[in-house]
Unconditional design. Structure first.
Length: 261
């Protein structure tokens, strides 16, 4: 039996990367008087670097107009990231980012059936709090018994630290949980922590190779297109979407699958 579901945030709870963080980064560049802009394709390339500040520093390395000194680059990255988070919170607060279809329904199932939930993400506490408050209400964070974010770890995904800390906070073993991720780096982090992981492919990682998940599919909104296929639904009303029973079934079967882009 699954005792906890561990959620990634960006790309998993919501399509925050393309429609949220990317836009907020561009607003931060403009606010700081920089001509830099990240298009949809460029931001997809940068997502291979985990963490917003790390992404900025990686991008600066290829820019002739970026600060030359390391300390100056670090300071600029910190300032831009802070401004970006503020713009992101505004965007979320305006209702600009919705939960992916099927996410809220699965959360309600977990709460109704006593399956605990946790957040395991490399994004910031502020970003998580803003999204959950907008989509779940002011007590949104209270839905989760463990919230581990980028500030809480020394090493970000694909390092397993975020999952190790989440399991410790919940007081459960790795095989008593199931993770929901969208990216190869997130899958690797869960795997290295020993947590079985289900992949709901997102816009930026729709065609990436994924190794070692127990199920891979297009999203929680649909029971079609999944490998392996979901079993016979226990609850007839859940036939159109992935349910908690589907997660339990995949967890019980624990068949490791891979898809190559």
């Amino acid at each position: 039996m699954i005792r906890a579901v561990l959620w990634d945030v960006d790309g998993t709870l919501a399509e925050t990367e393309r429609d949220g963080h990317r836009i907020a980064f561009n607003q931060a560049f403009e606010a700081c008087g920089l001509s830099w802009r990240w298009g949809v394709e460029r931001y997809g390339e940068l997502l291979r670097v985990t963490g917003g500040r790390e992404r900025l520093l990686h991008d600066m390395a290829s820019r002739a107009d970026a600060p030359v000194l390391t300390d100056e680059r670090q300071a600029l990255a910190a300032r831009l990231h802070q401004r970006k988070n503020a713009f992101y919170a505004e965007l979320v607060g305006q209702g600009g980012i919705a939960l992916r279809p099927g996410v809220l329904e699965l959360m309600h199932e977990c709460r109704a059936r006593g399956v605990r939930m946790g957040i395991a993400t490399t994004t910031s506490h502020a970003n998580v709090a803003a999204l959950l408050a907008q989509q779940l209400g002011r007590d949104g964070l209270d839905w989760f018994d463990a919230v581990v974010c980028g500030e809480d770890v020394h090493r970000k995904k694909p390092d397993p630290e975020v999952y190790t800390l989440a399991l410790r906070a919940l007081g459960i073993g790795a095989l008593e949980a199931i993770a929901i991720e969208d990216s190869p780096g997130g899958v690797e982090a869960a795997k290295q922590a020993g947590v079985p992981v289900v992949v709901t492919r997102s816009a930026y990682f729709a065609a990436d190779s994924v190794e070692g998940a127990i199920a891979i599919g297009p999203g929680l909104h649909s029971r079609t297109g999944w490998v392996p296929r979901p079993g016979t639904p226990v609850v007839p009303t859940a036939q159109e979407r992935v349910s908690l029973d589907d997660l339990i079934d995949w967890h019980a079967r624990m068949e490791i699958v891979s898809q190559h882009g």
